[in-house]
Design a protein around this ligand. Structure first.
Ligand SMILES: [Mn+2]
Length: 364
């Protein structure tokens, strides 16, 4: 990669890292409010401002303004933002993408101009049009660094190769590498990444909260905003101090919340989850609400909510989507977010970023 920028952080104050906003301006604003973001803070946006959500254009505009007035605000590119290069390089495949993808900065720009693309549109014409109308935005997006680094941290969207000089990681790899937490690096610094929803990593209790791996020196912060229906936009908060940095986090999401009205004690054997991309399961014992299943690739035994089990054409089984197989104890007065209240007996909830089933009576 060649777009790399060096930063120096003061040894006091706060670094806020947010990734994978995907066009959700409202969530971004809510999150900045929630953490009381001020001009004393460093703010790093770890890529994927654009695509998949409703308002990529506005997120870009908002971040451009914030950066113009605050030297402590920095943005790096994600794979979704780097699509701007396909426009500049006149890649004809981008036309197909624009035709298929309505939730995209390109579609937003073009519809603002009242211009409609079809399969026969020439990429050269679209390039000319967009550069003509949105020159600053196009330039800003195309010049975003791939990585930022300081003495202590490296910020990159997806990951780095495990090589002597991390700067020799290909840009494509840095932007698209999958499940970096299952890999390693030898930079000696903490590497902070988004891109791969943390809930995809296997866990006892499925969670969208940032994962800090002290051994590997990796912090993964993608809360699955937009990509997962129960996902969230995370803020990693790094409190700088002379005796070392302290980490905490918070998040916002769109889920409705309610109060627990009756205590519920979880069945302790119900842990884990079925998640992307390991959806194949073999039912072992059907229960009234949950079926004990064996997850094919891992041989783990999990309790899958019956409504989430579907049969493939060849007669085998899988879950219809990611789903928690965990129960969680809750107490009267707890605040929980409701993810799925449509099943029998149990409701799927999120509490402090963690996703689990509770008895319906606990909230009804
Ligand atoms: Mn990404």
């Amino acid at each position: 990669m060649n777009k790399i920028k060096q930063l120096t952080f003061l040894d006091h104050g706060r670094i806020i890292a947010i990734s994978d906003i995907h066009g959700e301006l409202e969530l971004l604003k809510q999150l900045l409010d929630k953490v009381h973001f001020s001009t004393d803070d460093y703010l790093i946006i770890n890529g994927d401002l654009c695509e998949k959500g409703d308002n990529s254009r506005a997120v870009v505009h908002y971040m451009m303004e914030l950066m113009a007035t605050n030297p402590r605000v920095h943005v790096i590119e994600g794979n979704c933002d780097s699509l701007i290069d396909e426009l500049l390089m006149e890649n004809p495949k981008l036309i197909d993408y624009m035709c298929a993808r309505k939730k995209s900065i390109f579609s937003e720009w073009l519809s603002q101009l009242g211009y409609e693309v079809n399969k026969k549109t020439k990429i050269q014409d679209v390039k000319k049009l967009l550069i003509g109308h949105f020159p600053e935005q196009v330039k800003w997006l195309s010049e975003l660094p791939t990585a930022l680094y300081s003495d202590e941290y490296i910020f990159v969207h997806a990951g780095l190769d495990d090589i002597k000089n991390w700067k020799e990681t290909e840009r494509e790899t840095a932007l698209t590498m999958q499940s970096f937490l299952n890999k390693s690096h030898r930079t000696g610094k903490y590497v902070i990444v988004g891109h791969w929803p943390v809930v995809n990593y296997e866990a006892f209790l499925p969670s969208h909260n940032p994962i800090i791996d002290e051994k590997k020196k990796i912090i993964a912060i993608d809360g699955g905003n937009i990509i997962k229906p129960e996902g969230q936009l995370n803020a990693l908060l790094i409190k700088r101090g002379r005796n070392g940095d302290m980490y905490s986090h918070t998040y916002v999401d769109f889920l409705p919340t309610c109060k627990v009205i009756e205590d519920f004690t979880a069945y302790p054997k119900m842990v884990g989850s079925v998640g992307y991309p390991l959806f194949e399961i073999v039912p072992i014992e059907k229960g009234k609400h949950f079926t004990l299943c064996q997850q094919q690739e891992t041989n783990q035994q999990l309790y899958v909510k019956n409504e989430y089990i579907v049969q493939n054409k060849d007669g085998s089984y899988r879950t219809k989507t990611d789903v928690s197989c965990t129960q969680m104890s809750v107490s009267r007065g707890d605040n929980v977010a409701v993810i799925d209240d449509s099943c029998t007996g149990y409701t799927l909830i999120k509490k402090q970023g963690e996703v689990a089933w509770i008895k319906k009576e606990a909230i009804h």
